[in-house]
Design a protein around this ligand. Sequence first.
Ligand SMILES: [Zn+2]
Length: 359
Amino acid sequence: MYVALAPLSNTLDALTFFSAARAAWAVVVWILVLAAWGALRAGTRRQLIVRALAGPLTLLVMGVATVFLPRPVPRLTTTDSGATIIDYHAHTQASHDGRPGWTLAKLAAWHERQGFEASYVTDHNIVYDGSLPLPPTSINLLPGVEWSVYGQHVVAIGPVEALPRDSFGGSTQRMVRIFAAIERQGAISIASLPEYWRNHRDDLGAFVIAGVDGFEIVNCAPKALSFPAAGRSEVLALAAGHDLLVVGASDNHGWGQVTCVWNLSHPGAQGFHTNRVFARSLAMVQGDWLPWTAPVTQPWFMFRSLSWSERASWLTWVVVILLYRAMPRRQGQGAGIGILARSLGRRSRPEPVADETPP
Ligand SMILES: [Zn+2]
């Protein structure tokens, strides 16, 4: 269904995988262009106003559909029976910025649709220890928390417990002690870099010395999608050199239908080679293009990332619409499926033509 509806699926995905700055540029420019296009065509004053509003309204409807419309989504599957498809970082309504009504069961169903077999639940500064009595969920939800400390978000997963968060504020030196504190709980610490990577760009060596277990290198949140490839390469080199974990995070907060990243992980293992990150190419390029180019580059990146089956679907839709529009119709006859039916009927039962002379 995702491929059959490729023009809709791909467009809504392209609207989902947008860094915040690029989204702002694209929306403003597209609204202006669509409004101008509608207003500059021939017609009565009333028609011009309606046309000038129709384009921007369509864009608004697409935006709402991107966030709320249930639709077919891609799933990651694997033939590696020893591996688990997992998400390391996701939120529920317990987070201050989580979608109201976004329960653990809904979070689990969201992950299950996209092929995940497990996800850590990492609400902001609220420990999920997995002990709450729950309705049965479709995938495994694992204990975790996302600590906000001194310009840095640290995801802790495993047997997490409450921490005196204030004692890690005020300086980087105090902040990095949280990695040891998480380790004493028997949990694993992952520095979530993509969103706030500038804050501690030069401190990552200190993170390693202080005992961080890994780094997040892809995160689907709109601000985090600005993380540039150069920053990701630096982090990858550091992690590889110290055999640390690297992960991708949906950072789902209940908005939007698709993830930009999956992990293929061998449970219980640690270190650089134990987890593989699979990310959507459209999300990966967000940090490397100037925001003002987004009105043009976002559609270009979308088309460039299509699979052959998606291209076939696009072409089929284009041909169907062109054929429909090219169907001959009588003067004054409006467009509609009826045209198709009438035209087919005429072909099977030709009407006699009065002025035709026999050969
Ligand atoms: Zn988060």
